[in-house]
Write a new protein. Structure first.
Length: 234
């Protein structure tokens, strides 16, 4: 049978690092400033204070989140380089052990003894190929993008700012905090539902359940902040 008549399509998610950064930044950006604004709405009447505090939080939060992404990217790169150096040392110091690990890998694939030996000898002919093989198949490490740390910091920071401005934006157009909170809550819940839906769809989860979960978490956070602010006032 001609396989071209029935082409097979793979339906696997190819989650990019950029997508993960956006999810991290947006999820916190939509919830933390929303909760802060809700809390302040229950504590102060001057809407300008809420706006200033909200902007300050978004600025600080985006920097902190971006820095976290940068450090995570640098840590990944440093870890990879450290393991790479160690693997080069091991193929020089204990080549027989490293050779056996390569052969064991092929044995686990169910290859015959003869094929295992030939494949192993082919791999260990070149030190770089040997080390790359060990990094990927023994340690499960892929070479990270050297620019990953900077990209991650930027993606997360910008996503946090965009997410944070959504629930804060209504306060720019109202005269009191409670009115701003009503519009902010509506806008934030809608945004959280949309964000949760697409986030869950991209990660292979039930999109409706994911949307509801994200929205409920954001609503609970804002509700708690508002209640605490009211209790402090009493």
């Amino acid at each position: 049978m001609d396989s071209h008549l029935h082409p097979h399509k793979e339906h696997h998610l190819t989650s990019s690092e950029t997508l993960m950064d956006i999810v991290i930044g947006m999820s916190d950006g939509l919830t933390v400033p929303f909760a802060l604004a809700a809390g302040l709405s229950g504590a102060v009447e001057n809407v300008h204070v809420i706006v200033i505090a909200g902007i300050a939080e978004i600025a600080a939060g985006s920097i902190a989140m971006g820095l976290g992404g940068y450090l995570a990217g640098k840590t990944e790169q440093d870890h990879y380089n450290s393991e790479l150096k160690r693997e080069y040392e091991e193929i020089k110091e204990v080549p027989e052990i490293e050779k056996k690990e390569v052969k064991d890998f092929f044995a686990e694939l169910g290859l015959s003894e003869d094929v295992q030996e030939k494949a192993t000898l082919e791999i260990i002919k070149d030190d770089k190929r040997w080390v790359d093989f060990m990094m990927k198949h023994e340690l499960g490490l892929e070479k990270p993008d050297p620019k990953r740390a900077g990209k991650s910091a930027f993606n997360i920071g910008v996503s946090y700012i965009v997410g944070g401005l959504v629930p804060l934006s209504p306060y720019f157009f109202v005269d009191d905090g409670i009115t701003g909170l009503k519009f902010s809550a509506l806008l934030a819940i809608i945004s959280l539902l949309i964000f949760g839906y697409f986030k869950s769809k991209l990660t292979g989860m039930n999109p409706f359940a994911g949307a509801l979960k994200v929205a409920v978490i954001g609503a609970i956070a804002a509700g708690c902040a508002f209640a605490i602010a009211k209790l402090i006032q009493m």
